[in-house]
Design a protein around this ligand. Structure first.
Ligand code: ZN
Length: 329
């Protein structure tokens, strides 16, 4: 996950090569007046509480009691909002050789609908604070309020609304496990595929073998007061029209300062495998600094706690995503 490459040229070249001339679009005039869509009001405080609840279990590191307890809470919560929940359990092999008891939690809203949208986030937290300024913390697990908890908090609040006001399309919320078990910073070489183990599994073996969705939106590190979301490179490569759609909605809502309509770096995250293995165009909304390529001073440190979570930022992300999905026909 989360290695950032500032050079996006390789992707840009592939992208240009794959562009065809484009076809002219015909529009037909119609007298029908479209009914305006009413999008529910996303509650940032409610999302904040859902982040706080996850953090209250402690670090959600695979093979721990806190991880198992939080998984049960997440599945029960999503069921309480009327979703059909499937928990995909598997033993996944970490780069350390450890067998991780992993659980992808899949919540299907209106599963009978063929037209679907996928929303996702990782729910595990990193087993090591390997970016902490204090070396004595480098083997301690982190709370992952922002890195993990924030995206899930937003999605649970969206689930609460889906239980009251259904969308036209079916919605699947997938909480991926074992995203953050990637190579420790002290290792001499990094294994790129040691990250995002849960999404690699699901993207190869989805809960429904014929699973499809129009597109996916991944949320990661979306809770900090100073969050800035740039157009991330892998998202641009596989799904630039979805990036357009989401950033346009954010601008309409007055959130252009947070959803900056400029290219950022490239982040290896769960969405890569959804794009690569399953062929579903999936974007990543992830906060990072364009200047230093980092994810914030708290990232992968003991400081990734509730002090870095802003209800206002969660609101901006949640309201944007809800405006997108409630407008799907
Ligand atoms: Zn992380």
């Amino acid at each position: 996950m989360k290695r950032l490459f500032l050079a996006v040229m390789a992707f840009a070249v592939v992208l240009l090569a794959s562009c065809n001339g484009g076809t002219a679009k015909q529009t037909t005039k119609s007298n029908t007046v479209e009914a305006s869509v009413i999008v529910p009001i996303f509650n940032g405080d409610s999302a904040y509480n859902f982040v706080d609840k996850q953090v209250s279990f402690g670090p959600r590191v695979p093979n721990t009691a806190a991880h198992r307890a939080c998984a049960s809470w997440l599945a029960d919560k999503l069921r309480s909002y009327g979703a059909e929940v499937v928990v995909q359990e598997a033993k996944l092999t970490a780069y350390t050789g450890e067998q991780l008891d992993a659980r992808n939690i899949i919540a299907q809203f209106q599963p009978e609908k063929k037209r679907r949208v996928l929303l996702c986030a990782h729910w595990d937290s990193r087993p090591w604070a390997d970016a902490d300024p204090d070396p004595s913390n480098h083997r301690k697990p982190i709370l992952g309020a922002n890195d993990g908890g924030s995206g899930v908090g937003v999605l649970i609040e969206i689930a609460r609304h889906l239980s009251m006001v259904p969308t036209n399309v079916g919605v699947d919320i997938i909480l991926f496990d074992a995203e953050d078990y990637g190579t420790h910073a002290a290792e001499t070489s990094t294994m790129e595929n040691s990250w995002a183990l849960g999404s690699q599994l699901w993207s190869r073996l989805p809960h429904n073998p014929n699973y499809n969705a129009r597109y996916g939106i991944l949320l990661d590190i979306v809770g900090a007061p100073d969050a800035r979301f740039y157009r991330e490179g892998i998202s641009e490569h596989f799904a630039s029209n979805i990036v357009d759609k989401v950033w346009k909605r954010a601008a309409e809502l007055g959130y252009s300062d947070t959803f900056v309509n400029e290219e950022g770096g490239i982040v290896t995250d769960d969405h890569l495998y959804v794009n690569q293995f399953l062929g579903i165009p999936c974007i990543d909304i992830i906060s990072h600094s364009k200047e230093d390529g980092g994810f914030g001073v708290y990232w992968h440190t003991m400081k990734d706690n509730m002090e870095w979570i802003s209800a206002q930022t969660l609101k901006k992300v949640g309201q944007t995503v809800m405006t997108v999905i409630y407008n799907e026909k």
